[in-house]
Ligand binder design. Structure first.
Ligand code: 4AD
Ligand code: MG
Length: 430
């Protein structure tokens, strides 16, 4: 019977056939151990010389890495395998023989692996990271669907910039100038006025000249937007949502976390509520820790964020940043207009800012004033003003960066391993 590695538990002591690839192999004169993968998982196939015909044993012994094959054998329980099962092989049928596979079991440099990303994705560790990514996406849809949100897809080609004009990818749109979206937020605000609670999930683009472990040029963002919710309400959604995905990964990705040697106690700890610290207090905390290179009114760099996060054992919200270092649409604090009703969620262990969010300006006149200050003109922004003209309501939203979240949950150092084909400064291949 044809099956997959993920389903062998349903076929214990039965004979099955699995379409697979040879990931690795060990053999002696009498026995060959084939490490097989089929996309759904990894399993060991044991070929005993005395139990198969000579041709099959020679085939197993000489099989090259990444050869594709149909393998037939009996599923047996195996307590030594992390997966719990192995295959006692009876028959092998090679589909395609692979030769000189470039990624061998020895160590390779990062640039080499990145050049071979199309093949590197097959490795056990990369497979585990993508499965965790997949579970976070699945849990995201589950969380927002269960809580009454409607999925809305904002456009990718846009005429307006949401997060500032310096990091835009420009393109021609027939005779007009267009950009690749930096954030779907402005459109999600329109959607919230039509559907109440909405979320988006899609690619976003930033022409950032940053070469750090946290920056991608193309990354995926989850952007919820909620009508009739203030900043405080939004923080509660954020901590509930992040806790939900962490607990989901813990529940559904045990094997993957094992492969990645992730310290799961770090994930068990991601439970709402999360601590909060104002920007003012964060500056004080940094001064106490000996950071003299930052003054009130300046934005935090990665070392500052890491230092702040180290004072907490959970993700921490930094709230109420100075208005002049944040986006034009953020609502000023009612008693202190020099700061805005916003928060960044900083992950522990140096993973940095996972979420940026805020309450939005809902007053037409204040928004018009911001347009002037930020030189936002033209048709591209007209419609956004109209949202404040026809039944404007308090509303809030946030954006969670998927790749940084995957890196954090998986415990991998760099975001380049958390997206199938990373777009980085100077990398558009493969
Ligand atoms: O803080 P950002 O820029 O917020 C926005 O774009 C808002 N419009 C979202 C909203 O309120 N709807 O980006 C949100 C998140 C960051 O916290 C970070 O996790 C991620 O997106 N992010 C990046 N991830 C990888 N590479 C980059 N270059 C990123 N820039 C932002
Ligand atoms: Mg931000």
């Amino acid at each position: 019977m044809k099956t997959t590695i993920s389903q062998v538990s349903e076929h214990v002591n039965q004979e099955v056939t699995i379409g697979s690839w040879l990931a690795n192999k060990r053999s002696s004169g009498k026995i060959a151990f084939l490490q097989l993968r089929d996309g759904t998982g990894f399993i060991q196939g044991v070929v005993v010389k005395a139990e198969v015909d000579e041709e099959t044993f020679q085939l197993a012994k000489n099989m090259t890495q990444e050869t594709s094959l149909y393998i037939t054998g009996t599923v047996v329980e195996d307590t030594r395998s992390p997966f719990g099962y192995e295959l006692q092989v009876k028959q092998l049928e090679v589909i395609h023989e692979s030769s000189d596979y470039p990624i061998t079991p020895k160590e390779h440099g990062t640039e080499f692996l990145m050049d071979h990303r199309h093949l590197w994705l097959r490795s056990k560790k990369q497979h585990a990271i993508m499965k965790i990514r997949n579970d976070i996406i699945r849990a995201t849809y589950e969380y927002f669907n269960q809580n009454g949100y409607v999925k809305i897809d904002p456009p990718i080609l846009t005429g307006a910039s949401a997060e500032g004009t310096t990091e835009l990818f420009h393109t021609k749109y027939f005779d007009e100038e267009a950009y690749l979206s930096q954030s779907g937020q402005l459109y999600m605000e329109a959607a919230a006025m039509a559907f109440g609670k909405v979320f988006s999930f899609g690619p976003t683009f930033r022409a950032e000249k940053s070469k750090t472990r946290r920056h991608l040029i193309e990354f995926w963002m989850i952007e919820p937007e909620m009508a009739f919710m203030d900043h405080e309400d939004s923080l509660i959604v954020q901590e509930e949502y992040v806790s939900y995905i962490a607990q989901s990964v813990l529940k559904n990705c045990r094997l993957e976390l094992d492969v990645l040697e992730r310290d799961v106690s770090k994930l068990e700890n991601i439970q709402a509520p999360f601590p909060r610290i104002t920007y003012d207090d964060a500056i004080k905390l940094l001064k106490e820790k000996g950071y003299d290179d930052i003054e009130w009114g300046e934005d935090f760099g990665a070392p500052h964020e890491t230092a702040i996060a180290e004072s907490f054992d959970k993700p921490v919200f930094i709230t109420e940043y100075p208005a002049n270092i944040k986006a034009f649409y953020m609502k000023p604090h009612p008693e202190r207009p020099e700061v805005v009703l916003c928060a960044d969620l900083i992950a522990p262990e140096g993973y940095g800012e996972i979420i940026g969010g805020s309450q939005r300006i809902d007053d037409l006149h204040l928004m018009e004033q911001r347009y002037k200050e930020h030189h936002l003109t033209g048709d591209a922004y007209e419609w956004y003003l109209e949202l404040r003209k026809y039944g404007s309501v308090p509303h809030s939203g946030f954006g969670l960066g998927l790749e940084r979240t995957v890196a954090w949950m998986s415990g991998v150092e760099h975001v380049r391993e958390t997206i199938p084909f990373p777009r980085l400064l100077n990398r558009l291949y493969p």
